[in-house]
Design a protein around this ligand. Sequence first.
Ligand code: GLN
Length: 482
Amino acid sequence: MANIDELTAAQVAAGVAAGDFSAVEVAKASLDAISKRDGEVQAFLQVSADLALAAAEKTDQRRAAGEKLGPLAGVPVAFKDNMHLLGTRTTCASKMLANYESEFTATCVQRMLDAGATPMGKANMDEFAFGSSTESSAFHRTNNPWDTERVPGGSSGGSAAAVAAGEVTVALGSDTGGSIRQPASLCGVVGMKPTYGAVSRYGVVAFGSSLDQVGPFGRNVADVALAMNALTGAGRDPYDSTSQDCPVDFLEHLEDPVEGRRVGVVPQLMEAEGLTPEMRRAIEGACRMLTDQGAELVEVELPNIASAIAAYYVIAPCEAFSNLARFDGVRYGYQEPGCATLAEQSSLSRAHGFGEEAKRRQMLGAYLLSSGVYDKYYYPAQQVRTLITNDYKRAYEKCDVIVLPASPRTAFRFGEISDPTQMYASDLFTISNNIAGNDWASRVRAAPGTGLQGPEPAHLRPCRRARRRRHHARARLCREGG
Ligand code: GLN
């Protein structure tokens, strides 16, 4: 068979179904690529060779028995290490969960397996998905396969690097504020953060429950579409109350021309401080490519987007603090030995089980949710969230898609960004999408031709006093929280 990094997911599945090569051969080729390249790249925290070979054998047996194979038959897939897979540890790249054995398999992982995928292992990440460079993993860094002195992005850096290095064909990551799109961009692969609720998060360790979303990485758009169909095809997951039916065939329109499509550009963001000239040139080049093929560029405004980072770094730490409160050194996770009291055990387990960034986020969340402070930050941040959501709704009335960079710069060197707030600032282009959620149902309501478009109904429009209140809240947030 051809080198595994030369085959797309569709080609692997077709080859396995046709008997050109077996799923076991593909799994072995992937294991081989991992053992040759991962010493340098370090994308994996755990390689599940036994699980992979057993799954591949099962796929081959099903073929031999004349059964119809799934659309990802034999495709080697890596999973971010915040996703449960029975038979592997789920560590979230944290000392806190270093020995945690998955108790069950996450729905997103199961759906990939149901489609025939071969599970190659668990990919490195920033600890509990806090970060943009995978440098906060408690175990080791992951190197960008294109230049090992540079970061692969994060927090799903291991997933992106494993695909870019040709160790696997597809990988899953999670995106709370950019953690699929940014590492995909920094590693030169395709990554998709689906609409909030499109993919089940049951069995994925939560970071920010109102923001988290699972999505795939691939070496091309078609592979990502194939994986999206596998993730959403079976409909909403009853185990995740936030999941929705996603009535889209992601492969259906892949070949459609872009002619006549309205592509939204946000001039205000293209002028944003920190966007490097090379990134700006790349975006402009992409826009030119689209217009050359007949797409129309439309300028759209996202007037409140400048407040997105401030709002995110209030909402996300608050949710993270609530979600990570369960790691108390009593029920599961790291337990400090030799403590005299329960309080000491809990506090020392957390002090020694979490890394620096995980502690910073939780301390921030604890402070922001404390009485007296809550009203000043959390509440206005939620108001800003509504404003940003409405900005997107209005923008999508004027265009079909919006073009934004995933990152202000290309892959940076290890240690180059040591100030956390500078790292946070680099999320400018991605986090507003998580904040807005771009909820499928509201998009359908606003879709052209439904007759449900137009200005906000008068009874939903804020009165003058409410508008003034929002304005002051926003200004305060920018002053104090930004
Ligand atoms: N960089 C963002 C953060 O650190 C996003 C992380 C993510 O999407 N998981 O919060």
